[in-house]
Ligand binder design. Structure first.
Ligand code: HEM
Length: 406
């Protein structure tokens, strides 16, 4: 067996502030022709094909490195520490299985579909707040209000609280981003955000206990009361995990899809011809081609062997969904909404026990958003360059200036 640290590997350092947009694409593509499946990064190793990515995501000998990251940045007590250690992504074994068993029905495909009429109504309202035609900034004017109002609706929170939910989700999500944790001011802001968000969720649970409705918190309260399986602390942390994962993600993936369609007018024209038929293809093709989670990470909890290589305990492994999604017959480096691809083979939502619990809702939100835009907007054109975020956390867009014609 060869020790991974003894291998000669190409370097892939995507976690740098200037690595965004075209620079990121170039860096990621530069390694595509390399005849191997593993690269080195300053913090660990990066898997470059789908099979190796799935292997590490499904292995029982690895964990999501949230506690490792917390220790590195000296987060050893207090509200953020509590939140990290109780987040669904940090839990494992029987505990995690039980929690997923309770939350999965509330986000199952059929349940997610029941939110579609409400999503369409929200889209209509967001659209009505835009000018008839002309320049807009897609993130602030469309994607952000739509997806934050969507999660407020699904959770059963008041519509007017959507901006607050967006702020917390966006801020606290940065707990997974080493570049944000390096900044003490950002860290202090995240700590405060956790305190405020916990208080908000507790109050919302209390309201939904006396006024249940057709929403996710009421579903979870039902699961709790049905069998005394979920205590109050677990309930608030489950809701916290869902809120954290549920805003920036859909917003960013929808924005990338629209950016890609503006850059491929022929494909936008096709979507306009058959919006309901093609919205699912466009959603999956954007998830494949520009995953907002280009990397997720694992740390080995014991020695792991794979393809004749030994990964010692405490090795950090980044799984590149960007590369995995381009791998094999289902892959390729061309954005093409017409090809029949099997969305199940994407690594954008992860794999194994932590596979994204919100994947069905995210797909519903993005599909409805795309179909609605295709039905109501005749042309979408880029109006200057998009401003990209960094791929170290959720890989989104800071600004997407567009000219829309209705
Ligand atoms: C395009 C949108 C989304 C993408 C690409 C995405 C991606 C991911 C990925 C890659 C993971 C697994 C991370 C890992 O194993 O390291 C994950 C987990 C998770 N996601 Fe999403 N997500 C999206 C939307 C959502 C939404 C809408 C919600 C909530 C409604 C959500 C809630 C969660 C939660 C709670 C987990 C942790 C699951 C667990 O640990 O069992 N996500 N997501």
């Amino acid at each position: 067996m060869t020790l991974v640290t003894d291998l000669e590997l190409p370097e892939l350092d995507a976690i740098q502030d200037h690595v965004r947009g075209p620079v990121f694409d170039e860096l990621m593509s530069s390694i595509v022709g390399y005849d191997g499946w593993l690269a080195r990064s300053p913090l660990g190793f990066v898997t470059l094909d789908r099979e190796s990515g799935e292997f590490f995501l499904r292995s029982r000998a690895v964990m999501f490195p949230s506690m490792t990251l917390a220790a590195v940045f000296n987060i050893t007590e207090g509200p953020l520490y509590e939140e990290i250690s109780k987040n669904l992504i940090t839990r494992h074994g029987d505990d995690h299985r039980r929690l997923r068993g309770l939350v999965n029905p509330a986000l199952a495909p059929r349940r997610a579909d029941t939110y579609r009429p409400a999503l369409r109504a929200l889209l209509g309202e967001v659209m009505n707040s835009l000018p008839e035609s002309g320049p807009i900034e897609f993130i602030a004017d469309f994607a952000k209000p739509y997806t934050s109002r969507a999660i407020a609706y699904v959770l059963g929170a008041p519509d007017e609280d959507a901006p607050k939910l967006h702020y917390w989700s966006n801020l606290i999500q940065r707990q997974f981003d080493p570049m944000s944790l390096m900044d003490p001011e950002v860290l202090a802001e995240i700590e405060q955000g956790v305190v405020d968000c916990y208080a908000y969720i507790d109050a919302l649970i209390a309201t939904r206990r006396v006024e249940p409705g057709d929403n996710l918190i009421s579903d979870l309260i039902g699961a709790e009361e049905a069998g005394d399986k979920l205590n109050q602390d677990e309930l608030r942390n489950l809701i916290f995990s869902i809120l954290l994962g549920g805003v920036d993600t859909s917003q960013s993936q929808l924005s990338h899809a629209i950016r890609l369609l503006a850059a491929h007018p022929d494909q936008w024209a096709l979507l306009r011809e058959r919006p309901h038929e093609l919205a699912a293809n466009v959603t999956d093709e954007s998830l494949r081609y520009e995953p907002i989670t280009p990397f997720t990470a694992r740390v080995t909890s014991e020695e792991v062997e794979f393809r004749g290589i030994t990964f010692p305990e405490n090795t950090v492994i980044f799984v590149s969904s960007w590369h995995a999604n381009r791998d094999g017959a289902q892959g390729g480096d061309k954005f093409d909404i017409t090809l029949e691809r099997d969305g199940k083979r994407l690594l954008t939502f992860g794999a194994g026990i932590h596979y994204c619990v919100g994947a069905n809702l995210a797909r519903a939100e993005i599909q409805e958003g795309l179909a609605f835009l295709a039905e109501n907007v005749t042309s979408i054109k880029a109006d200057g360059g998009a401003e990209f975020g960094t791929p170290s956390g959720i890989y989104g867009l800071d600004r997407l200036p567009l000219v829309l014609e209705r």
